[in-house]
Design a binder for this molecule. Structure first.
Ligand SMILES: *[C@@H]1O[C@H](CO)[C@@H](O)[C@H](O)[C@H]1NC(C)=O
Length: 227
């Protein structure tokens, strides 16, 4: 009798423990960059020490300016790109104050008709604010379903982490999109360059895209970044 009276609370405790543990696991897997262990850790980009992120600058040397970045103030030069888009990132590499904060931004300037080519960010979802212009925007899921929408100035667009996406300026004026990303270093793979600008053997690209060698070589010539 005493035994069963005792086992009920233990059972409740075990059920409670199970729910606490599983919600902790869910919380952990929903996060992207690791949680903060201190107020800040301004990146010491030149350090030869390698960790997951960057080591912290000596706190005694940290100043107010470490928490400000002015690199997004001006439009990028859209005529330097094949597709009329200039992307200006503000990730930890440009803005060391972002180190360990799990957040960054990117500014994309578009010429009229400019295309932000299909690309993905392996480490971040992107919340994109349409600052200027009208765009045909879309992303493709892992089951190859395409979602597209015409977005206008003032709209906010969510692009799920790791999915291929693009924006085409369909207006007759320049456009600007500001993207915020939930990683200090979201990474970007621009598919045309990833596939045709990295010197993959022609045979791979011929078979993958069902193209002639001539077509593959023409694309490689066009898409290999000039250094
Ligand atoms: C943009 O780049 C082009 C091509 O290099 C150059 O001619 C032009 O002066 C640049 N524009 C600005 C505003 O820097």
């Amino acid at each position: 009798m005493e035994g069963s009276a005792f086992s009920a609370p233990i059972c409740c405790y075990l059920i409670w423990l199970f729910f606490v543990c599983s919600s902790l696991v869910l919380l952990r897997s929903a996060a992207t960059d690791a949680d903060l262990l201190q107020d800040f850790c301004v990146a010491e980009l030149q350090s030869s020490v390698r960790v997951n992120g960057f080591p912290c600058k000596n706190v005694a040397d940290v100043q107010g300016q470490d928490f400000v970045f002015s690199g997004l103030a001006h439009a990028g030069n859209t005529s330097l790109s094949l597709t009329g888009v200039a992307r200006t990132p503000a990730s930890v590499l440009q803005f060391p104050g972002l180190n360990t904060q799990g957040i960054s931004m990117v500014r994309a300037d578009f010429a009229p008709g400019g295309l932000n080519v299909p690309h993905l960010h392996p480490r971040a979802s992107e919340l994109a604010f349409i600052l200027e212009g009208t765009f045909y925007a879309g992303f493709i899921t892992t089951s190859n379903k395409l979602y597209t929408q015409t977005v206008h100035k003032g709209d906010l667009l969510i692009i799920p982490r790791g999915l291929v996406h693009f924006q085409l300026n369909i207006g007759s004026t320049p456009g600007v999109i500001m993207g915020s990303l939930n990683s200090q270093n979201p990474g970007a793979q621009l598919l045309p360059v990833t596939l045709f600008g990295t010197d993959i053997k022609d045979e791979v690209l011929e078979k993958a895209f069902q193209l002639s060698r001539k077509a593959v070589e023409a694309l490689k010539t066009k898409l290999t970044p000039k250094s």
